[in-house]
Design a protein around this ligand. Structure first.
Ligand code: C2O
Ligand code: CU
Length: 503
């Protein structure tokens, strides 16, 4: 269905600023209009909103959240029951993970700590109903989303995602745009049926006879781009500087964002908060789950419109207009003098490089196939159910070398920690496929300037070894790491890791 672009105004999510330290977040089903010309769409969200409300806290202020499941018993989207032995589990189950949060394992949203409506049934790792978040960490743009075993792709696509902002002193000291000039942007892609309902495939187009239906696919991209829950919205702005916190909350889609005019954006933050120096960039690539914090200066566009583009999408083809994201209309009168600045220096980021290294782990990203001949992606050739193999000691620093022997990029995410990227080294994938040997084809390349801050999700491109370094603290216990392409995470690119207490 063709939809007119830049017809709906960009919605801004309701912000829940911490009042007291206890919150209830209800997961519910409701209908909401995604575009002027669409009937309301049946969605899932938090507190009747899609995307969920933005939760905002200050560094060090603890918050307790009861995530409540009030969803119907049947899923909104086709559930493949052949994966992860989930046939006997309730069809609708949820568990919330605050992505980037430093919290104890029992509050992290372990995939098997799921619960059904009103906690009637719970998963094998379920421990308690109220999660606590110390927020004793660097100010940053985090987000929360569902993480239930085997159906994360469906729960998040149905709408279970929102932003979680930790504010800190350092950013307050910088004279950067704030309040109404600081705007969150959540990017998602969806395909919508003519009746307004969400489309998600039940399986491949021409399934072989033996295939379970519904059947999980190794990738899904929608043909409409949504920002904050509206399809191709517009935002009226003043001719001045704005700060945008941008999150890619799509299942599979990667974006390379740029301004139609070709002018630069000023990136001040990444997953783990402020960078050390502002990075001036004409385009910025965002894998699923990555966040960027950018300043855009609209001063010279007074009276004009400017499209935020996705260089990886196409434009002006009738079926696919994913090359456009949203439009800025610089038509509001300037309310007051813009005295904000684009600082050069932002924060200090101590390097982990000089710390003693306790282990170097070589971890391959591999493609395989399952009993039905479906593609199956694995971390180091292991399934979710295999015994835990990554067991860093509490407080130790390790290097993880992610060796991607598949044909495409995987965004790799570790829970609990913010890491640093050391480098990427290309190797000969053909040679590897012939005899399993790794032969470098070039020297190690330093991470891109905007990857030199703290990261929790990083692109591991095909035929490259991406090395990251992390200190595993401050909590011991079981966490997960995975590919953040949700179709991969569900099958089967997710593994537990165990941070061992020191004796
Ligand atoms: Cu954004 Cu394990 O998740
Ligand atoms: Cu992947």
């Amino acid at each position: 269905m063709k939809l007119k672009k830049f017809i709906d105004e960009l919605p801004i999510m309701q912000t829940i600023k911490k009042q007291g330290s206890y919150l209830e977040m209800r997961m519910e089903e409701f209908r909401q209009k995604l575009h002027r010309d669409l009937k309301p769409t049946r969605l899932w969200g938090y507190n009747n909103q899609f995307p969920g409300p933005t939760i905002e806290v200050n560094e060090g202020e603890e918050l307790h959240i009861k995530w409540e499941n009030h969803l119907p018993d049947n899923h909104l989207l086709p559930v493949d029951k052949s994966i992860h032995h989930i046939a006997n589990h309730p069809e609708v189950r949820t568990v919330t993970h605050v992505h980037g949060s430093v919290t104890k394992p029992e509050n992290d949203g372990y995939p098997e700590a799921w619960f059904s409506r009103n906690f009637k049934e719970v998963g094998p790792e379920f421990l308690h109903q109220v999660y606590s978040y110390p927020n004793k960490q660097r100010a940053a743009t985090l987000w929360y989303h569902d993480h239930a075993m085997g159906i994360t792709r469906l729960n998040v696509y149905a709408g279970l995602a929102g932003m979680y902002i930790i504010r800190g002193k350092q950013e307050k000291r910088l004279n950067i745009p704030k309040d109404e000039y600081e705007i969150p942007l959540i990017l998602m892609d969806k395909t919508i049926n003519n009746d307004g309902s969400l489309f998600y495939p039940v399986g491949p187009e021409n399934p072989p006879a033996n295939l379970p239906i519904p059947s999980i696919l190794p990738a899904f991209t929608g043909d409409k781009i949504l920002v904050n829950g509206k399809i191709w919205p517009y935002l009226n702005v003043e001719p001045r500087k704005y700060r945008f916190r941008i999150l890619n909350a799509s299942n599979t889609r990667t974006y390379t964002i740029s301004l139609e005019s070709g002018d630069p954006m000023y990136q001040i933050g990444s997953d783990g908060g402020l960078l050390s120096k502002t990075v001036v960039a004409r385009s910025i690539t965002m894998e699923p789950a990555e966040r960027i914090d950018v300043i855009i200066d609209f001063r010279k566009y007074q009276g004009k419109s400017l499209i935020l583009r996705n260089d990886l999408g196409s434009i002006n083809t009738p079926e696919d207009e994913t090359g456009d994201i949203m439009q800025f209309n610089v038509r509001l009168p300037l309310k007051g003098k813009d005295s904000t600045i684009i600082p050069k220096h932002l924060s200090s980021i101590p390097s982990l490089k000089d710390k003693p290294i306790s282990a170097i782990r070589n971890l391959k990203l591999v493609g395989a196939s399952d009993d039905f001949g479906r593609p199956l992606l694995l971390l180091d050739n292991k399934y979710w159910d295999d015994p835990i193999s990554e067991t860093p000691k509490l407080g130790s620093t390790e290097i993880w070398s992610i060796i991607n022997v598949t044909g495409f990029t995987h965004p790799i995410h570790l829970h609990l920690v913010q890491f640093q990227v050391l480098d990427r080294t290309p190797f000969n994938l053909e040679k590897f496929n012939q005899d399993g040997s790794i032969v470098y084809t070039g020297s190690a390349v330093k991470p891109k300037p905007n990857e030199r801050g703290w990261k929790d999700t990083i692109a591991a491109p095909s035929a490259q070894i991406t090395r990251l370094i992390a200190t595993f603290s401050p909590y011991a216990g079981k966490f997960v790491w995975h590919c953040h392409i949700l179709e991969h995470e569900d099958y089967d690119m997710m593994r537990p890791f165990l941070i061992q207490k020191r004796d």
